[in-house]
Design a protein around this ligand. Structure first.
Ligand code: FAD
Ligand code: UDP
Length: 381
């Protein structure tokens, strides 16, 4: 009999299973409804032999040394730093918006004047969110804030989320601050890269202990049930611990209505040329129905005479039709989430973990951090 059951073989489930097996030396069963490991971080070779990220570009970046050191035990890194251009006014300009972008888009004298004002107000090297910059009283800074808002944020956010930036939790647009420097990198964290041998191998290494058994194409509902705050495994009461990394509303049969998620459609194309675009990702805030194009060879550093790109078209999440990639950070959704959380907290041996169970827009590093934190908790339990 297993001591632990983990639902989901994404990053959250894999890290906690690795800790349980390698540190506690206990048996773990992972049930995973897809037919592969890694959840949304999964990569694979397409039919042309080009390594792609199945669910869109995944660049690992963190300032948390503990997380970096932990993951580095299971992979080497390719030291890639992500560069993104925004297709704005028919030019490809660096994103996040920084002083170089300012000079690319405004006439030289105006750009110089505004640059001085920005440095004076926020100091060189700082980061400021678009919503904060828009609240500035200075008429020139207000002008540039409105310009950036219109050209970079408004239409991209409407496409990505179906609503305007100010209708979302400010943390969403704060992910893309305005950079008061000439740093063109998309992420500024101390540690960055992509697993040298790919994500699939990273997951294989995380899950290599024989104490871990993985049952793919198996849903929570196929083997587990919750009744009167008790968990049943194959119809028998389960006294071990269950770590659940799927959608919290699905866990409780949508009892308090469904939570909202945003989904994406990925269009992959292979082109018979060495490179399709100059950098890893180009964002299209104001044109087309897709938000961005990613060319994977830039990320993976793979050499190949052809190249594969993906276009991301945002769409509403529909139960059993597409994948719930993003929880939608809005108060009304958190209110529903809290009801589910209260219900989950009544089940002593159930632990929630990850983007879907916590209903939070986590990057990979926070997912790992939380899994390591949860492990310390369950160890004592
Ligand atoms: P998931 O990856 O969703 O894993 C959950 C797993 O549980 C899945 O495999 C699912 O099939 C399984 N599951 C769900 N319900 C059940 C059930 N009922 N029964 C059985 N199995 C179930 N982060 C970064 O740090 N850098 C990036 O560049 C980056 N890019 C991203 C790009 C996109 C397009 C998206 C959508 C996300 C990106 N992220 C990025 C975030 C990253 O994908 C997540 O932080 C991470 O994958 C979350 O891991 P998880 O295990 O919590 O969730
Ligand atoms: N965003 C935007 N324009 C851009 C890039 C991002 O408006 O060119 C906003 C948009 O709301 C997006 C959020 O910033 O959802 C976070 O962007 P990020 O690149 O972090 O999105 P992710 O990679 O998580 O999809």
């Amino acid at each position: 009999m297993f001591d632990f059951i983990v639902v989901g073989a994404g990053l959250s489930g894999s890290v906690i299973a690795e800790r349980i097996a390698n540190d506690l030396e206990k048996e773990v069963l992972i049930v995973e409804k897809r037919n592969h490991l890694g959840g949304n971080c999964a990569d694979c070779y397409d039919k042309n032999g080009i390594l792609i990220h199945k669910y869109g570009p995944h660049i690992f970046h963190t300032n948390i040394k503990l997380v970096w050191d932990y993951l580095s035990k299971f992979t080497e890194w390719n030291n890639y730093e992500h560069h993104v251009l925004g297709h704005i006014e028919n030019k490809n300009v660096p994103l996040p918006f920084n002083l170089n972008t300012l000079h690319d888009l405004l006439p030289p004298k105006e750009a110089e004047y505004i640059e001085k004002k920005l440095i004076n107000e926020f100091e060189f090297g700082s980061k400021v969110s678009i919503l904060e910059l828009r609240r500035n009283d200075d008429k020139d800074l207000k002008f540039v804030a409105d310009f950036i808002y219109e050209k970079v944020f408004l239409n991209y956010t409407k496409k990505q989320w179906g609503i305007k930036p100010e209708e979302l939790d400010p943390s969403v647009t704060e992910r893309l601050p305005i950079i008061i420097s000439n740093d063109n990198r998309y992420f500024h964290d101390k540690y960055q890269g992509i697993p040298k041998e790919g994500y699939h191998n990273l997951f294989k290494n995380l899950l290599s202990n024989n104490l871990i058994q993985i049952s793919q194409k198996t849903s929570f509902n196929d083997v587990l049930k919750i009744k009167n705050n008790e968990i049943f495994f194959n119809a028998k009461p389960f006294k071990g611990k269950v770590i659940y990394t799927g959608m919290i509303d699905e866990l409780f049969n949508y009892e308090y209505s469904t939570l909202k998620y945003r989904s994406l459609k990925f269009i992959f194309e292979t082109h018979p040329i060495e490179y399709y675009q100059k950098v890893g990702t180009i964002n299209y805030p104001n044109d087309y129905e897709f938000t961005r194009i990613t060319e994977y060879k830039h990320l993976t550093l793979q050499k190949h005479d052809k190249t594969t790109i993906s276009k991301e078209i945002p769409e509403e999440y529909e139960k059993n039709k597409n994948i719930p990639y993003y929880p939608i950070p809005k108060n009304e959704n958190y209110e529903i989430y809290k009801k589910y959380l209260k219900k989950a907290n009544k089940i002593e041996n159930l632990f929630l973990l990850g983007r879907l169970a916590d209903y939070k827009y986590y990057n990979m590093d926070m997912v790992i951090f939380n899994a390591l934190k949860l492990f310390e908790k369950i160890k004592e339990f």
